[in-house]
Design a protein around this ligand. Structure first.
Ligand code: GMT
Length: 381
């Protein structure tokens, strides 16, 4: 098949999932066209069967807000024609689903042959998409899609609750490359990060407000108060980093925390971690937790959104209530102080990650494309 995949290019999970899906499909012999405004972070090297198309938005003195959604629609209409696309798969509804619909409308009969598949990821439903300034257009555009998928049962339920969808929303969970994300000990790097042999706690995110990184600083203060020792490694960057650093200074815990900024090969860092922490205020799936679990790292996360579908309380780690830094510190200490428990959670975490193995989920997407194509032919007949 010739498959078009539209995504955001940034370190965020939807771009990662879209790019890894493209790689998985390309490995199976499909030709995949990735369309975005910048080269996706996970599309590091040249890949046979993957073509990258960059959308450029012309600026003009009148445009305070250059119309990216229109430039994307215009480009998609060309790609559908020139590359003979069979399927157009957009990740994150806003504005991608609307642009895809517009591109197909521009092409008339040719556009009507190409199914649009929308994968919902998170705030396209739970936050920005349901804002009154976008809600109607998201509702309309989703109903024009030929297939809708959501990354968790939680997100499916939220989509049905918040929007007036006239078709099924199919859950296709996120997935993981179990070869790339596996535990490979690296004593030298571990020593560099924790020279006094402290246990390593890890957090990886884009440090947006929703990730609640300041709670981790509070958690660290509590853990030290309770007599624990650990080094907290904060990977990533974003708007809340400065606030977290300032709080760490204020609480006198800065020397127990290292802010590493954005890192490409997080699997190396995850591989030497003892506990992964995810205090998010909203998370439809929590790909970062899955990546840690694949590296055999127990997860302490909030009991929110789709996280309980990934991190099983008492089996792969623990779930705590929102902003409960105390409970986070208690569970972290419980794991650090009991080697047998840590080993059991670690083994279970890896086993749970195996349920989300990449090639299985890629195949589910392939079958979903086929189903959408078959439905289109039925409609035409
Ligand atoms: O929805 C967002 O805020 C962005 C999106 C992204 O691009 O990172 O994140 C969501 O999609 C990920 C991949 O499916 C999920 O693992 C994240 O849980 C989800 N983020 C939120 O729901 C906040």
């Amino acid at each position: 098949m010739n498959i078009g995949i539209v995504c955001y290019p940034t370190f965020g999970g939807s771009g990662v999932v879209a790019t890894e899906l493209a790689k998985g499909l390309a490995k199976k012999g499909h030709t995949v066209h990735i369309i975005s405004y910048a080269r996706p972070a996970r599309l590091e090297a040249f890949e046979t069967h993957i073509v990258y198309h960059e959308v450029t938005v012309q600026s003009y003195p009148l445009f305070e807000y250059p119309p990216y959604g229109l430039a994307l629609a215009n480009m998609l209409s060309h790609i559908i024609e020139n590359e003979s696309l069979d399927v157009l798969h957009v990740h994150y509804a806003l504005p991608h689903t609307t642009s895809a619909y517009l591109a197909c409308q521009i092409l008339g009969d040719r556009g009507a042959e190409v199914p649009i598949v929308t994968t919902l990821h998170g705030t396209d439903i739970t936050l920005v998409g349901r804002d009154p300034s976008y809600k109607r257009i998201v509702d309309f555009s989703l109903n024009q899609s030929d297939g809708i998928t959501a990354v968790s049962e939680y997100l499916k339920a939220e989509t049905i609750r918040q929007f007036d969808i006239h078709q099924d929303v199919v859950v296709i969970p996120n997935f993981i490359d179990l070869e790339r994300f596996s535990r490979v000990p690296n004593p030298v790097l571990r020593y560099e990060l924790a020279p006094e042999g402290e246990p390593l706690l890890m957090h990886v995110s884009n440090f947006r407000k929703v990730k609640r990184v300041v709670v981790l600083v509070e958690m660290m203060a509590k853990l030290l108060e309770k007599g624990g020792t650990a080094k907290l490694i904060m990977v990533g960057d974003g708007p809340e980093r400065l606030k977290a650093e300032s709080l760490a200074k204020e609480l006198g815990v800065l020397r127990h925390i290292r802010f590493l900024g954005k890192q490409e090969q997080v699997e190396q860092l995850l591989s030497m971690s003892d506990v992964f922490l995810l205090p998010s205020g909203s998370e439809t799936f929590g790909l970062a937790a899955l990546e840690a679990m694949a590296c055999g790292v127990p997860v302490v996360s909030t009991n929110i959104g789709g996280l309980p579908e990934v991190n099983i309380h008492g089996e792969t780690g623990y779930l705590v209530e929102l902003d409960d830094a105390e409970a986070m510190a208690d569970y972290t200490l419980k794991i650090l102080r009991d080697d047998a428990l840590k080993q059991r959670l670690s083994t279970n975490a890896r086993a749970r990650a195996e349920v989300f193995e990449q090639s299985k989920v890629v195949q589910v997407y392939e079958e979903f494309y086929q189903k959408c194509l078959a439905n289109m032919s039925k409609k035409k007949a």
